[in-house]
Every structure is written in C-alpha cells, then in structure tokens.
Design a protein around this ligand. Sequence first.
Ligand code: SIN
Length: 523
Amino acid sequence: MRAVSADVLVIGAGIAGLSCALALARDRGRRVVVITREEDPEESTTRYAQGGIAALGPEDSAELFVEDILRAGAGLSLRRAAEIVATEGPKLIRELLMEQARVPFDRTPEGDLHYTREGAHSLPRVLHVGDRTGAAIAQALHALLKGFPNVELVTRATAVDLITFPHHARDPLTVYDPITCHGAYVLKQETGQVYTYLAGATVLATGGLGRIYRYTTNPPGARGDGLAMAHRAGARVINAEYIQFHPTTLAVPEGENFLISEAVRGEGGRLLTPDGRHFMEEYAPKWGDLAPRDVVARAIHRELTLHGYPYVLLDVSGIKDFERRFPTIYAKCREVGIDVPRVPIPVVPAAHYSCGGVWTDEWGRTTIRNLYAVGEVACTGLHGANRLASTSLLEGLVFGARAGRDIAKTNPKPVREDQVPPWEYPTDGAPADPALIHRDWRSIQYTMWYYVGLSRDAHRLSRAIRDLRHLWEDIVDFYRRARLTDELLGLRNGVQAALVVAEAAWHNRTSRGVHLREDAPTR
Ligand code: SIN
C-alpha cells in the first residue's frame, strides 16, 4: 500500500513552510515531511523576492511600522496581525535568519546593516541581500534544514487533495465531528502514483496564484494550488478579490514576468512617461514615486490607458553604483539590450500578490481542524486591501514559526492507514493533451487580465464568471478522464482559484485598496 505517516505534513518549501518545519524540527522525536512539486527544492516564490524583508531600522519603532502597515492596507488590515509581525519579526530575523541560517544581509562600509526604503514605509527599514534577498534566504534555510534528520524533504511531489473527515473517512459516524484534516493525497511525478500521506497536522504553504493572470511577477508554480485545495475541502477563504499588482515589471517580450524591485524607487529611481513627464506627483503629491503600491500601479495604468503608451519608463540614472546595488536587475536589463543606468527601463504593472486567501487565526489555524495555512496562501488579515512592500517574507517567517509552535503544543497524531481509503484513480486513461492544457491556461489568464484586472466593473466580472464556470466544467471533465499529471492538477487548481477571485470581486461592490470597482464608490 502506498501510504506514508508523519506527525506533520508541510506542503510547500518557501520561507513560510520552512519556518514552520524548523520550529518543529528541534524536537528530534517528531517526524516532519515537507513536500514540494518542484525538482529543485529551493524553487518557490520566495526565491523571486528581490526587494527584501522589512525589519526595524535605526530610528524606527514597532508602533510606526504598524501604522505604515495599516495605512497601506486601506483600512482593512488587522491591527493584531500587524502588531505580531512588527514585534516578533525583528527578533526572528535576528535569531533564525542571521544567527542560525547566516543570511548575508548587506552592510554599510562601516559594517552596520544596510536598510533600504520602499513605497509607503515612513523610513528605511528593509534588509536585503543585493536584489536577490529571497533567493539568499531560501538557500540559507534549506541548508539549515539539512541538519535535521527527522525532517524529510520530498521533491516532485504534488498534493492532489487534502484528506478530510468525514469526506474521506471509512467510518460514517465521523459525519457528526467537525471537519478535520488528516493529510493529503500526493502525486509522485516520476511514477504517476498517488500516495496517501497521513499526518497529525497539515500545513498549507503553497504560495500564491499570480499565474492565473496573463502578466505576473510570479514563477510557474504560483497556480493557486493551496487555495483551491482548501476551498474544495470547505475551508473559509476571505479577501480573495484583493490581488496586488506590482507597478514595475520589465516591459520587453524577452523579459516577461521579470520584476523591477520597488527598492529601485527607494534608492532614487523615478517614473516618467515616454515623453519625459514625471507623473507620480500628480497622483500622490506627498509620496511621489514612493506612494503605496496600489496608488502607483493605478497611476501607471491610467497613464497607459489615457495616452495609449505601451509602457512608462523608470529612470535609474540617479542611482549611485546601480550595478553593485542591483546586480540581478542590471544583468537582466543588459541581457535584453537596455543600457542601464544610462537608459531608463520600460515598465508595466503585473499581478504580484494575493492579499487574501485561506482564513487563519493568529496561529495559522484555518476553519478546518488540524489544517494550517501560512504565507501567501493564507489570509491573516495583515495585508488588508493592499500589502505594504517587503512584508511578505516577513509574514511567512513569523506565521510559519507560530503555526509550528502551535502544532508542537497541541501535538495531534495521525490516524491509522486503515481508517482512510486509498486514492481512487479517476481513470488510467491517456495523458492529458499538452495543447489543451496550454490553451485552457491562456483562456484563464486572458479572462483574468482583462475582466478581473486592475480595474473592474460588474459587466466585466459577470462575463469573467460565466466564462470561467464554463471552462471549469470542461476542465473537471478532462480531469476525470485523463491520466493524472502535475500539469493537469495545476490547471484544475488554476481555474478554481480564478473563479474564487472573480466571484469575490463580483460580490464586493466597494472600491478599496487594490480592488478598484469603476462602478462603485471608493472607501
Ligand atoms: C519588490 O522588490 O518590489 C517586491 C517586494 C515585495 O513584493 O514586497
């Protein structure tokens, strides 16, 4: 029988999943299994976070940081979540990232930590490793995890569905119990076999869903897998309409999806129209180029639609030592023929971050017993209607560790193998046709981009919902008939995540933060 039993199953190996696994790993008697659908364990959205991780700068305070989070969140951020990250975050950065994992954060020539500034932060407080902060953190945490033999990391393993009682129970009397998670069915990509992974606690750390949009800063794995699985299992999902668009991604075909960090503006980069007009002062006189992300993305969107520009420009000529401070961006721009810092970078907004997600309390607990969610897949309330820059790694770090601590305290035990039926193969039919998968993905992405994008109205949203429901039916039918693959699972999750976002956007008739309804008032 293909079954594995562990105390804790963590699905996803970015900063949130690893922070949780490390919080649990110190008890050497506890068996933790971390699965990732990637071949390279360090591949996750964490790896692509350029700007940094917000801490407390020299003149800073937790109170000021909280106020910045709440202001950026447009009245929808939960103060308690902001207080937790502002007070626990700096300590975890010091102890876990710097002392234990030895992340080499940049320093000044005098040897002090270098803090940069990003949009809507009152002062410089963002720690970074050049412009590859996420990659450096992922590398260091994976190295640290290797020292714990009680943690097993399994690659090329895609979660198919959560195992929940009463849904998957052999005992019919579990129908009277609260819904409880007991692990997940997991597809091993090499063999195409589905294994039953039983666990006392299951942690969703699957990241976001940017790939449901035509243009995004997210890597291919950001397909909404965790959100879709939790939704299917009946977990509460909130604030899904709040999709943050990053104002600046590279606008050349060879550079699609490449992020130009907000830290570039923090260090003096300025936005201008192709004919040389600085426009951010018109939209945000107080903050200019460093206004909150929703304001900057919308200002660019307006300039593009009003004047028909294909992009706006980011002038980086005033940044001292650009190549040393932003080596990844420098190399990419040179590779596609942009002679930075002399020549400005053409940029456009792209889908970047899901501020909502699977509802959790302050310990990462979802509405399903023994199911936790941490990082981008979760909604702790921190980001409200618009996330403050460089708080995503921080949230993953803090709430990953909190979920770990809570699991260590409650210590739920896995059920027996004979209590759960093995996976029933929908079919042993032919593998899914890649042309159909590609075509369906394009339909989802264009629908979301044009109808559920930076600006929305009832007409576009109802069209999106109708089209996506239709597509969903086709895809589910396809899923039942074809042989299971990672690609097919991603498509099924992608269309479901897109529907969740579109329906949430339809229901919310108030414009707030990143959710702009052209047909509704602004709060
Ligand atoms: C960036 O570097 O601009 C992205 C950082 C973030 O999304 O917080």
